[in-house]
Ligand binder design. Sequence first.
Ligand code: F6R
Length: 603
Amino acid sequence: MCGIVGIIGKENAADILLQGLEKLEYRGYDSAGIYVTDGQGENHLIKSQGRIADLQKKITGELTGTIGIGHTRWATHGRPSERNAHPHTSENGRFTLVHNGVIENFEEIKQEFLQNNSLGGETDTEIVVHLIAHFSKTAENTKTAFKQALKVIKGSYAFALIDNQEPEIIYVAKNKSPLLIGLGEGFNVICSDAMAMLQETNHFVEIADGELVIVEKENIQIEDQKGNLIFRESYEAQLDLNDIEKGTYPYYMSKEIDEQPSVMRRILEQYTDEQDQIHVEASVVAEAAECDRIYIIACGTSYHAGWAGKRLLEDLAGTPVEVHLSSEFSYNMPLLSEKPLFLFLSQSGETADSRQVLVKVNALGYPSLTLTNVPGSTLSREAKHTLLLHAGPEIAVASTKAYTAQIAVLAVLAAAVGAKKQNPAASVFDLTAELSLTAAAMETIVDEKMMISQLVESFLSDTRNAFYIGRGMDYFVSMEAALKLKEISYIQAEGFAAGELKHGTIALIEEGTPVIGIITEEATAAHTRGNLKEVESRGAKTLRIVSESLAGKQDQLIIPTVHPLLTPLVSVVPTQLIAYFATLHRGYDVDKPRNLAKSVTVE
Ligand code: F6R
């Protein structure tokens, strides 16, 4: 959420910033800006409402400068506008700043320190640059002024600051929001995500919360809150530029849907030993086998994956599981069991709602495990254990391959814990074989995507609302299917437990309301079919996604039958394609839906 880039020590700073911002656009895309200086008094501040492409259009001449910072915004305080876009400058133009996060006490800061400033914008960030300028009047240097400001500020932040009087430094600080330093030869960069600067370097240094970093072209200096110097090794980013390009695909979402079968195979490769047996780090399995209850904590799509994970862990590992929304958990914490294990599901590993639960869990001294796609992410660093999803970078805002990767890795964990606990259900479940079959089944659906496109064109044309219904695993997938449809096509969609409709919601069914039923479980198939009949009798038009073994002539979307514990991996694929094509047919941007951003780093 919001992306930051910075560069010091390269001739074409503006180009590098713009390229970096394009890579970070998934983090927010309502406005953007860059600031570049040559250190000799030639300074350029260019901002624009809209996308990076809109910002690029505003740049007509050459922007000379070897140092600069840039920002792509997802508005929290203040509507998207050029005025509210970052970078922000102090009144005298000396300081320029970009920010990712939320300053919680900005009103108090304004009252206490900035009564005499004229503040034109509506953002919390603007307050910070004025506060630094305010302290600089009495502080011995900019570092001290920056530190004084950091002491006053409450909230989450990643800051990059340039002082025109010291144009050989970018000052950087972070708390809760992600920020990395990239190391080059004769230059250094900063970025919210390594992929933004991969073209320049693949060596990065992490910054911990509360640290301040002085970034110069040949050197970086990290200080903790007490002013102690910190020496930290760099690491090599395991990212390939090809993984973050769209290739021949029109949208990342389409590429990422197609990648799912290979992600399943990669997960098997990563989590099997030489004898093709499921293998998970012993300490993780031991921790999960010893706990008396697993609390899955997640948001959005990851939360939906958690429900499928509950079934897997309870069936295969025999451990009770509760699934909770991160944003609700801390404030409605249930009575905990005696030996809980907290399992954080997060594609990005940066989600603020989940992180605030992890901070509490750590403070209470309970063990935690993060399943994430991003090695080195905050939730990974701060949890006791990590299991990686190995899905490759997910760039489309709507999550697809991370959802299926989460369920697959949860299956791996459940199988490994079940084996350790000698749970009979685990001993008769051959995950390696079943997941391979599942990958092939996903491939079959992906290959038939044009048929789904045609189906969607008539089925979802012009509608303002739609329902997905199912029972058990099919209900869990219905929730995810509805989220996917609404977030990108803007069709108001609800994922409903099929049996629950008649208890109230059926009142919303009218002539032509689209209702999609998911039917993959033998035990519930007849009931869900009955529920579809009930809505048809009230005018709904229905579409059935049905496993081959349960399918009848009238069913429109037949999907291969796989092991009952793995059906979400297959049944979700047509629903992802339905959302994708409904959005294409409506002419919206599939990868960058309105109001959203990937990696939600504010609570
Ligand atoms: C929807 C989507 C979101 C995320 C949610 C959690 O397509 O992507 O609902 O699943 O914001 O994000 P992570 O998994 O990064 O914690």
